[in-house]
Design a protein around this ligand. Structure first.
Ligand code: ARG
Length: 574
């Protein structure tokens, strides 16, 4: 095991059992990293209440049964009954070396989950908006985290590729001339808005569009071919955004709404058969328990409209059933804006009520807030239009380019370019991932590209700086059998390095990537304190130099790996 707490906690549990009996085996010793010692355990306080005994006496009895061998160097009772714990230096030294020799302490799950992650999911023939950007960035980070922990990840890009708007979009395409599809779709906002404008103001066009929807739903070949053209052109555009962003989403991950068309009728029939789908006002609705509107009336999930058509909700019901039954999901994760919270909660509840899955399947909405401009309103261009994602990303890279050029004019053009890309894209991703995702955040190029503070460039730079120690010293990375830590600052860094795997597991559990960001930021700060206080290349002895170099290397690798899990590159020099 790699994280000291994973070894320390069982020792405490054993001590509790021995001192107070097996009925207290499940008492949480409440061990935490501490400012006053390596760790502090607060569990004796609660235990004292249950046992009606003075806390310090309980702490004393617990310590009397604690087996310190090979792990604990010293303990002490503090304050009302806290237990301070110091690890044995030999244990720390050998753990650090083990972690350095392996995969940084990351352990692959022995019983892997199948995690289906629905993310990105933009709409065909419509510009991706910043919300889709957030979904893409957060979803991709989570996918990487799950994979690093050995889980099977199935990415699902739930493309909005079906529905009534396609009638008007296809008619508009025909008006423009089919050959121009690629070109017209290259500006998706203009294309969509032109179609919408004609639909709203030109009755003849609107009528054609409605007929076109019927043809599309009826499977008319010519119509389907036109639809496919629109989908393909949009997908090429989305792929260009993904490639610029450097996300792992592939074309094979596309599972658009249209995929579920053949399953919709059957899904609704099943819901009806189960008595969950009931008629209401000519439509078929599911009323999952516990959802009430402002007027205290139950809120419906409309699964078949009055005109017999199916909608967004029906597709999501068919999709969740497919994800559990066909894809074998044990966790189904939706990275979707907070505005859809109620919709998704109703889909989850309906699926459970239908008996499609029980509590063994976790259904989770990874909700996120809005991206705001400096004016605290929805992020828009100066002209008030919604932002093209490619423009936004290219702007970030261009700004990073001028910073990199200024900071390191000696680098050749190609490397400058590669670094600018890593820094620009990394800055956008980190800004998104580092704040608590449920909150809104303000999009600010200057802040996200700053080389100080909790930013992507700061962490990338911290990493590159460590790498430069090895370049400048022309030293190889040592691989000692133990990495002893001598001073308090070295020890603080060592303990933090050992915490990496538990932070990654915590992200997989809580689905909150900002926890990893916070950890990496803390690690970079701890490294700088270490580097300011402890000479490395000029260390007093060869042994000390070797162990400090090994700490440097480990810190650089944890930073790079952590950034990698966030989907951010860590260039070796900047
Ligand atoms: N296309 C939708 C939108 O742009 C997001 C889809 C999210 N996924 C889902 N299964 N509903 O809002």
């Amino acid at each position: 095991m790699a994280y000291p707490l994973d070894e320390l906690a069982p020792r405490f549990r054993d001590a509790i059992t021995r001192a107070f009996g097996a009925e207290h085996r499940d008492t949480d010793p409440m061990l935490r990293p501490s400012r006053f010692a390596d760790y502090q355990a607060n569990g004796a306080l609660g235990l004292a209440k249950t046992l009606h005994r003075p806390p310090r006496e309980v702490a004393q009895a617990l310590l009397g049964q604690l087996d310190p061998s090979g792990l604990v160097a010293k303990t002490e009772i503090a304050g009302p009954g806290f237990i301070n714990v110091w690890l044995s230096p030999d244990y720390l030294a050998s753990e650090l070396a083990t972690v350095a020799a392996g995969d940084l302490g990351l352990v692959r799950a022995s019983a892997p989950d199948t995690v289906v992650i629905d993310y990105s999911s933009p709409n065909v023939a419509k510009e991706m908006h910043v919300g889709h950007l957030r979904s893409t960035i957060i979803g991709d980070a989570l996918a990487r985290v799950f994979e690093a922990l050995g889980h099977r990840v199935v990415r699902q890009n739930h493309l909005g590729d079906w529905g009534t708007p396609f009638g008007m979009l296809i008619e508009h395409l025909l008006d423009l001339g089919v050959d121009s599809a690629e070109q017209s779709v290259s500006d998706l906002n203009a294309f969509y808005q032109a179609a919408r404008g004609k639909f709203d103001h030109d009755e003849d066009f609107a009528e054609r569009s409605r007929r076109r929807v019927v043809l599309l739903q009826g499977g008319d070949e010519e119509t389907l071919a036109l639809w496919k053209q629109l989908v393909a052109a949009s997908q090429r555009y989305f792929a260009s955004v993904y490639s610029l962003l450097g996300v792992t989403l592939q074309e094979a991950d596309v599972a658009g709404e249209s995929l579920y068309n053949p399953l919709l009728a059957e899904t609704v029939r099943e819901l009806e058969r189960l008595g969950l789908g009931v008629e209401s006002d000519g439509a078929i609705c599911v009323f999952p328990p516990g959802f009430r509107g402002r007027d205290e009336q139950p809120v419906p999930l409309i699964v078949r409209k009055r005109d017999g058509g199916y909608g967004y909700a029906t597709t999501d019901l068919a999709a969740i059933r497919y994800r559990v039954h066909t894809l074998g999901a044990s966790r189904v994760i939706y990275v979707v804006g907070a505005a859809q919270a109620q919709h998704l909660a109703m889909v989850f509840e309906s699926g459970r009520a239908a008996g499609w899955f029980g509590l063994e399947v976790r259904t989770e909405h990874v909700a996120f807030g809005a991206v705001l401009g400096a004016d605290k309103k929805m992020y828009k261009t100066r002209a008030g239009a919604s932002v093209r994602l490619v423009d936004l990303l290219e702007e970030a890279v261009a700004r990073a380019h001028s910073i990199v050029r200024e900071k390191n004019p000696a680098l050749d053009a190609a490397e400058q370019h590669a670094i600018a890309r890593a820094v620009g894209i990394g800055a956008v991703k980190y800004a998104d991932l580092s704040s608590d995702r449920v909150k809104d955040y303000v999009f600010d190029y200057d802040r996200m590209l700053a080389f100080d503070g909790n930013t992507g460039p700061y962490l990338q730079y911290a990493h590159a700086r460590i790498r430069s120690i090895f370049r400048k010293g022309e030293v190889e990375v040592p691989s000692p059998r133990a990495i002893p830590v001598h001073t308090e600052v070295e020890k603080a860094l060592g303990l933090l390095l050992l915490a990496f795997p538990s932070v990654v597991s915590d992200v997989a559990e809580s689905l909150c990537p900002h926890k990893l960001c916070g950890y990496l930021y803390e690690l970079a700060a701890s490294f700088s304190t270490f580097y300011e206080n402890c000479p490395v290349l000029k260390a007093e002895t060869a042994e000390l130099r070797a162990s400090r170099l090994a700490l440097c290397d480990l810190a650089a690798r944890v930073l790079a790996r952590g950034l990698g899990l966030l989907g951010i590159e860590a260039p070796p020099r900047m």
